[in-house]
Design a protein around this ligand. Structure first.
Ligand code: ADP
Ligand code: MG
Length: 688
């Protein structure tokens, strides 16, 4: 198929340009057509304007006129340049030709008619035009405007011209052969343009109305295939595999409930009931447990592990960090072991001998409940009878990893995914489109709301005085280093710098720990152990502490450079305090005096509902902040935006349901995904 051919198969693209294309992730002709122009940045050359009507605002515009004068000049600095003065009866424009462009001036003489696209700015006597493309035209033929031109994201030596001509060549191939990928009934009901027409109009729109229609179609198409994939995956799991029907909860679960040491809250009870019902049904559970930070999801996970053990099967829980896995392990030992359930921890940093023991115990079934990191999904890990796969802080994992965990079982295991990232309903629908949802609202009783305060950096000394006060009272504190976009290494440096600074100044003499993603596993473990035991009073850290860390004695969190964080992320972070019975505080420090930034930080003060904050965040900063682009494990979206296009999303889901409900149209969807798409991005969801 022509769209699978490398871009070098197009005329004018050699190995050097191909390299630049590759940087843009464009390797095939199909990739090139999937490289949509920057939306909202099309250049409107659909009308030739009178010179008097050109906006002198620095934008690229199109006009026609006759050359009135050609001059050669030298700038004050001695550089040679040329100008063309062009008039059309309404006004004059002076076109500046710098550098090599100036040689073009010799082709023009007074009276020539020219068509000009250039950047128009105010000038002394006539409008000044730079960056111009000038074409001599026949004055007797009416000129056709070049139309609406796309602008593309570029890299290296690629120019818009390179891009446009490459795309034109690819479109010529598409005009020969381009299978439709949406079914006829959808095209009709939605009044979408056909695929070829849409593809032409997204790149070189005939009109803005046609561009809009093409956009609508492609946005729908992306969301539709994703929804079909998720529904397919779900049906697959439900049908093809044997579920494990468990018995009503008995004495072992009862014992674990007692071991927890507290009564479940109403919303925990509700979630636990839903999970039990799922596990007692012959179909495998596929459930998302969504609950705000500190709502007590771990207890529910532990109960599900207990129920699994009670039924003679194994359960596992995967956590995104070693710190979190270790913490869960401690809790499991405390609560599950007394009920006679054997637990284990599996992380990358276990000793060889320990690791061997755990692998053996999992293979022969003596270990009934295991918690670990990514290490759990490695090939060497074999389970005797895995019946429950839990992922904690699901937003850190993708669909694939979740699937890899389930694949460890010869059955279709019950799947429970837990997240504290509050996701608005529509987003949950896309990303977790194949899951049922349990929601836990509210916090366990006896918690005092965290007081959140915002101070300018000029108050740092006083803030750290306050921190020392908390420590003197016997409490502990976290200090979060400013977030630096970029790598782990940069973040780690920021935290180390802050550690150096604080231990030399405000916190001199106070035992402090330093935690960041670049530490070796044993180092991290030691730092955490010291903090948990109270040997260190202050933990200076990056956002690695964002998820799950539970030290109830910590009552204060200082977030430095708070303006750099998203609201939802700060909410996660501050969830580390307020876990005991003492009043807890979160202090946001900022060097910013921008009123908008300060207003945003004030929201943290008044709002402690993670769901509301997440929505605010998305309003203010867009989806990426909340949901790392790649973390959700779904295919890249080229044009749809799951937050902006919520209506399209809901509609795409409805259509996908309809399509996947009928065997014939289901077959068509699979066919479309595998045989019509330019790349394999949708296939991956259908395969997992
Ligand atoms: P998260 O939902 O953020 O994972 P955790 O499971 O870590 O929250 O729970 C936070 C804290 O609340 C833990 O210390 C846990 O022991 C405690 N907790 C959970 N459920 C209850 C409850 N019903 N009553 C009292 N404390 C609870
Ligand atoms: Mg948790």
């Amino acid at each position: 198929m022509w769209w699978k051919e490398p871009v070098t198969s197009l005329k004018g693209i050699g190995p050097k340009k191909a390299q630049d294309f590759k940087t843009l992730n464009i390797e095939t002709v199909g990739d090139l057509l999937n490289h949509y122009p920057r939306q909202g940045c099309y250049l409107d050359y659909s009308q030739i304007r009178p010179i008097s009507g050109l906006a002198a605002d620095g934008s690229m515009q199109l006009f026609e006129g006759r050359v009135a004068r050609v001059t050669r000049r030298r700038s004050a600095r001695g550089a040679a340049y040329a100008t063309l003065v062009v008039g059309d009866g309404t006004a004059f424009a002076e076109i500046f030709l710098f550098g090599a462009q100036r040689y073009a001036a010799r082709y023009y003489k007074n009276g020539d008619t020219v068509l000009v696209i250039g950047r128009v700015a105010p000038g002394r006597t006539a409008k000044a035009v730079t960056g111009a493309v000038v074409t001599k035209v026949d004055p007797n033929k009416p000129q056709k405007a070049p139309g609406i031109l796309p602008t593309y994201a570029l890299t290296g030596s690629l120019t818009q011209k390179d891009m446009r001509s490459a795309v034109r060549r690819a479109l010529a191939l598409a005009s020969q052969e381009l299978p439709e990928c949406l079914p006829e009934w959808i095209l009709r009901r939605k009044q979408f343009p056909g695929r070829y027409e849409a593809l032409c109009n997204i790149h070189f729109p005939e009109s803005f109305a046609k561009l809009e229609a093409a956009r609508r179609r492609f946005i729908f198409e992306e969301l539709y295939f994703i929804q079909c994939g998720l529904l397919y995956h779900r049906a697959q799991v439900k049908q093809e595999s044997r579920g494990i029907k468990m018995a009503r909860s008995g004495s072992m679960v009862e014992a674990v409930l007692r071991q927890l040491g507290f009564a479940l809250t109403a919303s925990q009870q509700k979630a636990w009931q839903e999970i039990q019902d799922d596990m007692e049904s012959p179909e495998p559970m596929n459930r998302l447990l969504q609950g705000d930070v500190g709502s007590g999801k771990t207890a529910i996970a532990i109960l599900a592990l207990a129920k699994t053990a009670e039924n003679g099967f194994q359960g596992c829980m995967m956590a995104p960090t070693e710190i979190l896995a270790e913490q869960h392990y401690e809790e499991m030992q405390k609560v599950l072991e007394p009920a006679g359930i054997r637990t284990a921890l599996l992380t990358g940093s276990l000793s060889q001998a320990r690791r061997r023991d755990v692998l053996e115990g999992l293979a022969d079934g003596t270990i009934q409940a295991v918690v670990g990191t990514y290490a759990l999904i490695q090939d060497k890990v074999v389970f005797h009878s895995l019946a429950l796969a839990i992922t904690d802080e699901q937003h850190r994992f993708g669909v694939q990893q979740r699937a890899a965990l389930s694949a460890k079982s010869q059955y279709a295991p019950h799947v429970l995914v837990m997240t504290a990232t509050p996701i608005p309903r529509t987003l949950a629908l896309t990303v977790y489109g194949d899951l049922d949802v349990s929601l836990m609202k509210g916090l366990p009783p006896g918690r005092k709301p965290i007081r959140t305060l915002c101070y300018p950096d000029s108050k740092r000394a006083a803030v750290y005085q306050g921190l020392i006060h908390q420590v003197r009272e016997g409490h502990q504190a976290y200090v979060v280093a400013p977030l630096i976009e970029g790598s782990d290494a940069v973040d780690a440096k920021a935290a180390s710098d802050l550690y150096e600074e604080l231990t030399a100044t405000y916190l001199k003499g106070i035992p402090c720990g330093l935690l960041h993603g670049r530490l070796k596993a044993e180092e991290k473990e030691k730092v955490m152990a010291d903090f948990v035991s109270g040997r260190t009073k202050v933990l200076i850290a990056t956002t690695v502490i964002e998820v799950g860390v539970n030290v109830p004695n910590a009552t204060l969190m200082v977030i430095e450079g708070a303006d750099r964080f998203g609201l939802a992320q700060m909410h996660q972070l501050r969830g580390r305090v307020g876990r005991g019975s003492s009043q807890s505080y979160c202090v946001l420090l900022t060097g910013s005096s921008n009123p908008q930034t300060l207003e945003r930080l004030q929201i943290m003060h008044s709002c402690s509902d993670g769901f509301l904050l997440a929505e605010k965040d998305m309003e203010l900063r867009g989806a990426g902040q909340l949901f790392g682009e790649r973390q959700h494990g779904l295919p890249d979206l080229y044009i749809a935006d799951i937050l902006r296009d919520t209506d399209a999303l809901v509609e795409a889901r409805a259509f996908a349901k309809e399509a996947m409900a009928r065997p014939e149209s289901r077959r068509q969807v699979l066919e479309a995904v595998t045989h019509t798409q330019f790349d394999a991005r949708f296939e991956q969801i259908f395969n997992v």
